[in-house]
Design a protein around this ligand. Structure first.
Ligand SMILES: Cc1cc2nc3c(=O)[nH]c(=O)nc-3n(C[C@H](O)[C@H](O)[C@H](O)COP(=O)(O)OP(=O)(O)OC[C@H]3O[C@@H](n4cnc5c(N)ncnc54)[C@H](O)[C@@H]3O)c2cc1C
Length: 446
């Protein structure tokens, strides 16, 4: 009989409460056990043990799944977070699957390079990459998955395989955009790295009363600017009083000021533009101060609960669409709400929609509906606000959603996440996991 190896924590043992926790404290699952793998052999043993024992599994790395799909009651959680080694050589970074984002940027930027990733310090590289991976270098170098060169992978049969452009190329296609947990367990990922030195950041703000004009302008401007520039429009409830455009440019302040000229002409009430070493920009967008200790304070024990959702927009929002946004931001359950527009275009759009499993290449931007609360009595109002807002926006948006902002409420999630790539994903599932050993509430089925 195969045994579980690695750091195993069973239900009821010391450390179990922390081991079962999810970044989104809205969810509370009670797994049978969590195995923190220390090596690829531990992963293989966990897969073989679960298959023989008939215990369902979930795969976990950074625990940031919005809907807690990486944990489940009575399941064995195969956790890769302790596997976080990385190596940079010959223009390539090889990173173990459990690594988190900021330590990766620190290691890479010490060698003058990076990969385009997301902003939150503790998001796992694997979940981020498998779903696409959007961040402040996305219009410059594409999604995180667009820099992926090769993946080491453990199948449901407990075999280690490689997926890249020449070996298991269909699986490699699927692993760039289908999201995690569907086909097997990624144990390490290799990326092409990109030289980087200084970048220029900015934050502009206006009175909330300017919302209509800023939205109208931003949505046709930001997705069409210089590829080295990635811009985010942050809209907040009317009661907060301001709205913001933030962004990053891989170049000088003088060049950025030229790009921003039409936005600056809209007379922001506050302007901050600063050129920084790339890693300081990472800290800035992660909400951390420069010089923060190497091993970042972890979020374990966080009581923050949230409900987020997303929509892609391929054509500018109409006047009615903009009016709907304004209406919902005037009537919010609290101030802990952000409506974020992430600019696309640039390098993201240069890859065909069927070249990887990530289909949303030809859009202007992604809307993120974000609500946060801590008290149980606030939950229903926040969740309903997101649901009602998203429903009201459907006539004005394009109809796709970002898998990394997964949403249990979606009825046609297959089309929303994958568009025309769904049929091919089913074939990949049939080939690599025909018994559906790896599954969860919104997993790919054959
Ligand atoms: C605070 C916060 C900030 C975020 N910021 C960004 C951002 O800037 N840009 C962006 O694009 N996204 C962002 N996201 C979304 C994030 O990319 C996804 O939630 C991502 O799936 C998280 O990956 P994880 O490894 O941390 O999470 P997990 O919950 O561990 O895993 C996510 C999914 O991947 C599967 N999985 C995990 N490990 C493996 C593995 N080794 N092999 C196969 N499957 C695996 C899991 O089963 C699950 O389905 C953010 C999320 C949060 C909560």
């Amino acid at each position: 009989m195969v045994e579980l190896t690695g750091r195993v924590i069973y239900a009821g043992e010391a450390g179990y409460e922390d081991a079962r926790s999810n970044f989104n404290a809205r969810f509370s699952a009670s797994p049978f056990a969590i195995v923190f793998c220390q090596s690829v052999q531990d992963v293989i043993n966990a897969v073989n043990w679960a298959r023989i024992s008939g215990i369902p599994v979930r795969i976990r790395s950074g625990r940031h799944n919005y809907e807690a799909f990486s944990v489940a009651n009575d399941a064995l959680i195969i956790d890769l977070n302790d596997m976080e080694q990385m190596q940079v050589k010959d223009g390539k970074a090889t990173i173990q699957a459990g690594a988190e984002l900021v330590p990766i940027y620190e290691t890479l930027s010490a060698q003058g390079v990076t990969i385009p990733g997301g902003s939150c310090a503790t998001v796992g590289i694997t979940g981020l990459t498998l779903g696409g991976g959007y961040g402040l270098l996305a219009r410059w170098k594409g999604l995180t998955c667009d820099s992926l060169l090769s993946v080491e992978f453990v199948t449901a049969a407990g075999k280690v395989i490689t997926a890249n452009a020449t070996q298991n190329a269909d699986l490699f296609w699927a692993l760039r955009g289908s999201g995690g947990g569907n086909f097997g367990i990624v144990t390490s990922l290799s990326y092409q790295v990109h030289p980087i030195d200084k970048v220029t950041l900015y934050q502009l703000s206006w009175n909330w009363t300017e919302i209509e004009r800023i939205m109208q302008f931003w949505q046709t401007w930001a997705p069409k600017t210089d590829d080295r520039h990635t811009s985010i429009l942050k809209l907040v409830p009317e009661s907060v009083g301001s709205l913001f455009v933030v962004g990053q440019f891989v170049g000088t302040e003088a060049e950025l000021r030229q790009i921003l000229e039409p936005l600056l002409a809209l007379a922001p009430k506050a302007i901050s533009i600063e050129t920084l070493p790339y890693i300081e920009a990472v800290y800035a967008f992660a909400g951390l101060k420069p010089g923060y200790p190497k091993r970042l304070a972890h979020w374990h024990g966080s009581q923050t609960k949230f409900k987020n959702a997303s929509d892609y927009v391929a054509h500018p929002l109409s006047a009615d669409g903009i009016a709907t946004v304004i209406n919902f931001l005037k009537q919010t359950p609290s101030k802990n709400i952000v409506l974020q527009f992430d600019s696309y275009g640039g390098a993201i759009a240069k890859i065909p929609s069927d070249a990887t499993a990530f289909p949303h290449r030809q859009v202007l931007f992604n809307i993120q509906y974000q609500t946060y609360w801590t008290k149980p009595q606030d939950q229903t109002a926040h969740i309903n606000w997101v649901r009602n807002f998203r429903a009201a926006m459907q006539p004005y948006v394009t109809g796709g959603c970002y898998i990394n902002y997964c949403d249990r409420d979606l009825k046609n999630w297959q089309t929303a996440y994958y568009g025309n790539n769904w049929q091919k994903l089913k074939q990949v599932k049939q080939k690599y996991d025909p018994d559906n050993f790896f599954n969860f509430e919104q997993s790919v089925t054959k």
